[in-house]
Design a protein around this ligand. Sequence first.
Ligand code: GDP
Ligand code: MG
Length: 295
Amino acid sequence: MKCGFVALIGQPNVGKSTLMNHLLGQKISITSRKPQTTRHRIVGINTTDQGQIIYVDTPGMHATEKRVLNRYLNRTANTVLLDVDVVVWLIDDLQWQDYDKQIVQKLSEAQLPVILAVNKVDKIKNKTQLLAFFKQALEFYPFEQIIPISALKKTNLPQLEQQILQLLPEQDYIYPEDQITDRSQRFLAAEIIREKLTRRLGAELPYALTVEIERYEVSETITRVYAIIWVERDGQKTIVIGSKGELLKKIGIDSRLDIEKLIDHKVYLQLWVKVKSGWSNNERALQNLGFFHLE
Ligand code: GDP
Ligand code: MG
């Protein structure tokens, strides 16, 4: 039996979360057009009759480490590489950036089998361009496999899964067969709220915004979720609430419906927007919000 850990790495916005959601057939990682929507490491588990693939969705590796928050994101991405069996490197652009050389450096150090998945091929009109790139890619790094996919249209995903399985070690399943994530419902609820904020606010989304689930109470008939949306300034609070509270209300409705779908239970959701100045640059505050040290 095959079983092991797979890291999904790649630049923000290449489609890591979309890929994982489709591979798992369920929404456990939020997606959006804006980079940096995934801040936590999320494990998604796919058990088939051929084996168990445990996916790790990384927040991406960030070039700048100016703020403490960015350092946390980097640390998570780097540590992920130390405890996986296979790496799937997602790209969506047929050229290498300076930045990619840093990734190659890290991959060589880790000495792990790497599958290069060229995503968003639904957008590539000229397929000969793709073939030329494949050849060139093997000169860039000795990939085990190079596979064109579309995470969005689900093109070649079964093939990708097969390649991954082949590279996994023979061992017993680590998780029960029906488990799809190790994340709590509480955590997933916070992720859903953050996704709705991202979608509704677009470019206006404050960089330093986070969602904290203050209370999560499950009774027989209803699940009550009390969440705080933390921002850094009063002006950001005004933006999130919207005129006459309209925006926050919509975000609340969208979130509640998605959480209900996820947990298959009636949900009461209460959202608060609060200001905590400088939290993104404060180690202690980050730890309280769940950005724990992995090192
Ligand atoms: P992440 O930051 O790497 O997790 O990226 P996301 O999964 O959040 O995706 C970023 C954006 O790219 C979203 O708007 C996705 O819908 C889009 N996207 C992801 N995969 C594909 C794909 O195969 N084709 C196209 N056209 N868009 C994609
Ligand atoms: Mg993501």
